[in-house]
Design a protein around this ligand. Structure first.
Ligand SMILES: Cc1cc2nc3c(=O)[nH]c(=O)nc-3n(C[C@H](O)[C@H](O)[C@H](O)COP(=O)(O)OP(=O)(O)OC[C@H]3O[C@@H](n4cnc5c(N)ncnc54)[C@H](O)[C@@H]3O)c2cc1C
Length: 366
């Protein structure tokens, strides 16, 4: 008889573990609280590790039907003077690309459905039991060989099991949204690069990220009490801080998605037959763009290790032992980058840190 899995959350982690288990013969159901499965946020950076997971899932062609690969990462001050550059591809030929979250989501969703995964929308998980039970808000109890909490940073599954060790929220927040790329006055040079603009005096930041030939992803960041973060966002405030970006900041969405930098650590990544994966287990600030890539790698490994062993609890121990060290290293890198966020006077940023690259090298084993 097929082994079974009940998964909470149809995000990048939930869809990855679901697809891989289904491809290995498991009967898999994903419970997604939203009425329609969809991505939130705007654009996303994927490094080599995330790209290789897409490959393993057979999702590359769909996900990368539209994407952008810059030849340079630039750091600039608010007037546009360069503080440093880093070339792509990364050392060792590692890639880092950008795409819209919706394109990534649709590719993963399509692969899950094609592999036979059942996705129940409007189904909110509220708790889980160590013996392999998922409880949903409609009062139903779903039993399975494996239950997975992939329900994001405020995971109800995790909290019902008392696994949370630390949830830290930093004093820096970001709005993110897409605008038409044709607002950029040029299509060459800097307008094709990924560019971090810093207004050091006001502690404000704009990250400029082309995602494909149509979409420009912008992140507007500041300390949480900065009046520039008040809604509706005021283009005059942001263009005054970043005059060189006036063409792309002249019109801003009124209330785009806002997040603070956050980090989550658990006492254990599993309890009995219940595994916690993705942001629910190991959220990290997006400073090195590795939250989703790490979530997808850990989700793929979770499916592979559990499917290969007869004893689910033992397999979950092995999975945590094999993946937790690098994940915590990645979290530390992301948190270090929060503390060093704004360039110091005279600082140049011309090198990729080996401690960051090591994460991108963590690709699925053949
Ligand atoms: C500003 C910002 C920028 C980022 N940029 C990058 C980047 O460039 N690259 C990168 O790799 N990472 C980035 N990240 C991190 C990345 O977004 C996350 O690590 C990633 O989305 C985690 O995926 P997940 O599937 O674990 O969780 P989520 O994406 O949060 O998905 C969880 C899913 O579970 C559903 N859900 C929640 N609760 C329940 C429930 N109780 N029952 C059922 N369903 C539920 C949600 O609706 C959602 O569909 C960024 C994060 C932020 C905040």
């Amino acid at each position: 008889m097929n082994r079974t899995a009940e998964i909470a959350g149809a995000g990048f982690a939930g869809l990855t573990v679901a697809t891989e288990l289904a491809r290995r013969g498991w009967r898999v159901r994903v419970h997604e609280q939203s009425p329609e499965p969809r991505a939130f946020g705007a654009g996303i950076f994927l490094w080599e590790n995330g790209l290789q997971v897409l490959n393993e899932l057979g999702a590359t062609d769909r996900a990368l039907s539209r994407y952008h690969e810059a030849s340079l990462w630039e750091e600039c001050d608010s007037a546009g003077s360069q503080l440093g550059t880093r070339p792509f591809p990364l050392p060792g030929g590692l890639r880092m690309i950008t795409l819209t979250r919706q394109d990534l989501f649709e590719a993963l969703h399509e692969q899950a459905v094609a592999a036979g995964v059942e996705i129940r929308t409007g189904s909110r998980a509220i708790a889980a039991g160590r013996d392999g039970e998922l409880v949903t808000a409609d009062g139903r109890r779903w039993t399975a060989d494996l239950v997975v909490g992939a329900d994001g940073i405020r995971s109800a599954v995790r909290d019902s099991l008392g696994l949370l060790d630390e949830h830290q929220v930093f004093d820096f927040g970001l709005y993110r949204f897409l605008v038409p790329l044709d607002r950029a006055p040029g299509r060459d040079g800097r307008w094709r690069n990924y560019v971090n603009y810093w207004n050091i005096a006001r502690k404000r930041r704009v990250l400029y990220v082309p995602c494909n030939t149509e979409d420009l992803y912008l992140l507007l960041g500041a300390t949480a009490d900065d009046s520039a973060l008040r809604l509706p966002l005021d283009p005059a405030v942001w263009t005054a801080s970043f005059p060189t970006l006036e063409p792309v900041l002249a019109e801003l969405p009124e209330a785009p998605r806002y997040d603070r930098y956050e980090v989550v650590r658990l006492t254990r990544w599993s309890a009995g037959r219940v595994a916690i994966v993705g942001d629910a287990a190991h959220a990290m600030p997006p400073t090195i763009g590795q939250g989703a890539g790490t979530a997808m790698m850990n989700a793929l490994n979770l499916a592979r290790i559990v499917a290969a062993g007869a004893d689910v609890e033992l397999a979950l121990d092995t999975w945590e032992t094999e993946n937790r060290g690098l994940t915590e290293h990645t979290q530390r890198e992301s948190v270090t980058a929060v503390h060093d966020l704004f360039p110091q006077a005279g600082e140049t940023r011309d090198e990729w840190r080996e401690d960051t690259l090591v994460v991108a090298k963590n690709v699925p084993k053949p």
